[in-house]
Each structure stands twice: as C-alpha cells, then as structure tokens.
Design a protein around this ligand. Sequence first.
Ligand code: MD3
Ligand code: FE
Length: 203
Amino acid sequence: MINSGFEHLQNYLDRTAQTELIEDVRKIIAEAPLFVPAMPKSGKPFSVRMTNCGPLGWVSDKTGGYRYQETHPVTGDPWPDMPKKILDLWADLAPDFPKPECCLINYYQPDAKMGLHRDADEEDTRSPVISVSLGDPASFRIGGQNRRDPTRSLRLHSGDIVVLGGDMRLAYHGIDRILKRDSGLLPERGRFNLTLRRVNLAQ
Ligand code: MD3
Ligand code: FE
C-alpha cells in the first residue's frame, strides 16, 4: 500500500538479512569501488562515499554535476547487477511500480553527513524511493516540498526501511550525523544506506 507519504518500517530486516545484504554490498564494492562525489561547480567533496548497482548509477562531480550514468566514474566499467535480494525488497514493498534502475550505496564514516536536499534528478517521480539502513544509527531529518517548511528529526537504525512516495517523494531530507553507537554489523563502524530508485518513466 505504498503510493503515499512516508513510511518508516522499523527493524524490517532481521540481523541475518542485514548480514546477507552487507555481504552483497561488499561484493559490489569489490567490483565498483566507493568513489568521492563532488559538488557541481565548487567541486567540494562530499563526506559520504558512494557506489551503485543496477543499470544506472547516480554520480556527481565539479564539471558534470548531478546525473545518472551507466558506468563507474573512476573505472569506466558498467555498474554491477542489482542483487536479487534488493529487487525482491522492491517487489515486496512497491509491487505496483516499475522495477528500480538504480541502487545507490552511500557509505558514511562516523563523521560524515548529508545536507538537506531533494531527490529530483529522476524523470520518474511517481514511483517511490526505498531506503535501507545498515550499520550505526543515524539522525535523519525530513521536511516538506519547500526548503523553508518545518522539519522533524528521527533515528534510522540498522535494518530499518523508509519508503517515500506520493507527496513525500520530493520532500527535503538529509542526514545530520551518525551516532556513536556500535550496531555490531560493521567492523569498520559507520553506516551504509541503500537507496533504490526508478529513474526513467516506464513506457
Ligand atoms: C525522503 N540518502 O542518497 S535515505 C540520498 O541515509 C539520501 O543516505 C540518505 O538522501 C541516506 O539521496 C537518506 C532516506 C531517504 C531517501 C530518499 C528520500 C529519504 C527521502 C526521498 C524523498 C524524501
Ligand atoms: Fe536523498
């Protein structure tokens, strides 16, 4: 039932499912290493490291800006396939929408953050965005369609899933900080976030 608003599914993935997903993430990173995205124009590096799987990957750099492309910005290789477990999650949570084309993998070191922004680089903004949190907890902020709308803050824990659809699909959001509490999932600490998106309109 997922075409509206904001759904926070707490502890949707049990510990076994989290461990299995992290194994998939490690394989993806071995093929498609984490890269350092940069802000358009200023070239200021993000504190978050990224990679992708699926047909399209989200990238950003000084000269090219925010965009989707079929290849890794450093290796030039196509992105690894999206693992079945990730496609199954989408099929379970958003069965009425076309398959995701991008799974962006964000890695937050303990001091990383992501400023308030909206996800607006997709042609398809009718399909929801599905986000999976793995590792140390994060303080997440979400507002409205307008940058000046009031925001609220909530914690995302390992195994939580957030589904953003309908009127919340274009809401401003960001990660204020990673909490210094060990989830026990990641020896290196920090947090992974997987963000699944449909990019192109189907037909
Ligand atoms: C609310 N990632 O990659 S996920 C991003 O935790 C991004 O790494 C954050 O924002 C992270 O773009 C937040 C939760 C999320 C994802 C997409 C949204 C919240 C959203 C789209 C619309 C509104
Ligand atoms: Fe976002």
